[in-house]
Design a protein around this ligand. Structure first.
Ligand code: EPZ
Length: 436
């Protein structure tokens, strides 16, 4: 099994390019199920979650062509979902259990074929993560759903889903995406209220519009979708990964240095930029040859100030950056109170940070971090994607050698993490074989 070995204590200096967003790419891949023509997707990050999602589509009967781009850091994929009617339309447990986002095929399959069988994802390290909001909305649209043998067995007795006026009980990224896709092919108009407004949903909506969908209210909490009878093919490049960008910003903030992130959308990481600015980092944004560039600086000797963090749906502080920001706060002067409001069990990185020397305490959904604490390298391991990235950041700060184990979690969501960090001068290497 691969590990990352890090010699900490070096400031990070240089440039890197943001990749495409994993969490935008996953629903865009599922959207290809909505029509029989080719959907061509660019800038899919070369990570295992993307390979898994493409396998889910292949298992459903799609033709998938995938090629490497951006020196192996990205994929271009052509997906053709023709001739699936004859198949089982079944997303198997073996794939779904490794990636919860597989549930996103449910809405498109039901909308286009009137039936689907999708394994329930099962447990998750960061929280219970039920799919009730997805299922309730689909039922209101006319689907009959039963759980049998661990699968969601769904069908639409009338043949076509119907538009609804629906208020989500809780803001959910996945449920908004699933129902947005389903509504694109439903009969009549759907209004989704209390919808998630994460940039990844806007990206999905833009792909759907390119395929022929009629959607209004993009990037807001109310989406209006006028269903159409069929959708066509489209070509689409996914947006930059704001969580990847945020992770590198946290790395530079924690380890110190001066780095430029190219091809990113700073507006989409505003909550983190605000936090790090208040903590003592300096930012500049400018137009570059390949889109916007974001520069972060924390000069040698510039002390960090502890700040509180409250996770919230977009545009609030993202839960997907809470762990990385905690690593930064271990190095800040004072007490930082970090409240996680989205997932009930997303502090697993805290115990590992403590092993590296962090001074913190967990009380329910709140972490209290006292800094700055000198970190000393040791072997650590993480149980989820963002927690793993956090341990890498802590390793970059720690004196001596840190080994991060179980990095298959990292490989689910970060393309070429060690390559990008090496480009900033970090002393980090992968041992034990393996690829990007
Ligand atoms: C998406 O997960 C992201 N995944 C997550 O990214 C991210 O942490 C999360 O949104 C929140 O921003 C993808 O986009 C593939 P939710 P999702 O539905 O859609 C509860 C990463 O590190 N809920 O918005 O599964 C749920 O339990 C990750 O890349 C229900 O109660 O998240 C949670 O408490 C991991 N019932 C809250 O809502 C439901 O039916 C928000 O979850 C659905 C969700």
């Amino acid at each position: 099994m691969d590990r990352l070995v890090i010699e900490g204590g070096t400031p990070l200096e240089g440039r890197l390019q943001a990749g495409g967003a994993k969490n935008a790419a996953l629903p865009c891949i599922a959207a290809a199920l909505l029509g029989a023509d080719t959907v061509a997707l660019e800038r899919l990050p070369a990570v295992s979650d993307i390979r898994t999602m493409l396998k889910v589509l292949q298992a459903l009967g799609c033709e998938v062509l995938r090629e490497d781009t951006e020196e192996g850091l990205a994929y271009r994929a052509e997906i053709r979902a023709a001739g699936l009617e004859a198949g089982e339309l079944r997303a198997p447990y073996e794939l779904v259990k490794t990636m919860r986002a597989s549930i996103l095929v449910l809405g498109p399959l039901l909308a286009r074929f009137g039936r689907a069988s999708v394994s329930l994802p099962g447990g998750c390290a960061i929280g219970a993560r039920p799919v009730n909001l997805h299922l309730e909305a689909l039922e209101r649209m006319g689907a009959t759903i039963r759980i049998s043998g661990g699968y969601v067995e769904a069908e639409v007795p009338s043949g076509r889903l119907k538009g609804i006026d629906h208020t989500f009980e809780k803001v959910s990224v996945g449920a908004t995406e699933n129902i947005l896709m389903a509504a694109a092919l439903a009969e009549g108009t759907t209004v989704l209220r209390n919808a998630a407004a994460e940039p990844e949903i806007g990206d999905l909506a833009r792909l759907l519009i390119a395929m022929g969908a009629r959607i209004e209210g993009l990037d807001s909490a109310t989406l209006t979708i006028r269903g159409v009878p069929a959708l066509g093919g489209a070509a689409h490049a996914v947006i930059p990964d704001r969580i990847e960008v945020g992770t590198y910003l946290c790395a530079v903030a924690a380890a110190g240095g001066d780095a430029v992130i190219e091809r990113c959308l700073p507006e989409q990481v505003r909550a983190l930029i605000d936090l790090l600015e208040r903590a003592g980092c300096t930012f500049t944004e400018r137009e570059g040859p390949e889109g916007l560039q974001l520069r972060i600086r924390r000069e040698p000797g510039q002390k960090l100030r502890a700040k509180d963090i409250l996770t919230a749906p977009y545009p609030g502080f993202p839960t997907d950056l809470q762990a990385q920001a905690m690593a930064v706060m271990t190095q800040a002067c004072g007490i930082s109170v970090i409240k996680e409001t989205i997932f009930e069990n997303r502090f697993q990185h805290a115990m590992e940070l403590e092993r590296l020397g962090a001074n913190l305490r967990i009380e329910g959904g709140t972490a209290i971090v006292a800094g700055p604490a000198p970190l000393t390298g040791c072997t650590v391991m993480a149980t989820d994607l963002r927690a793993s990235a956090t341990l890498v950041i802590a390793g970059l700060v720690a004196s001596g050698q840190t080994t991060v184990d179980r990095i298959y979690h990292l490989d689910r969501g970060y393309a070429g993490l060690e390559r990008k960090l090496q480009g900033l001068g970090a002393r980090i290497r992968r041992v034990g074989g393996g690829s990007v």
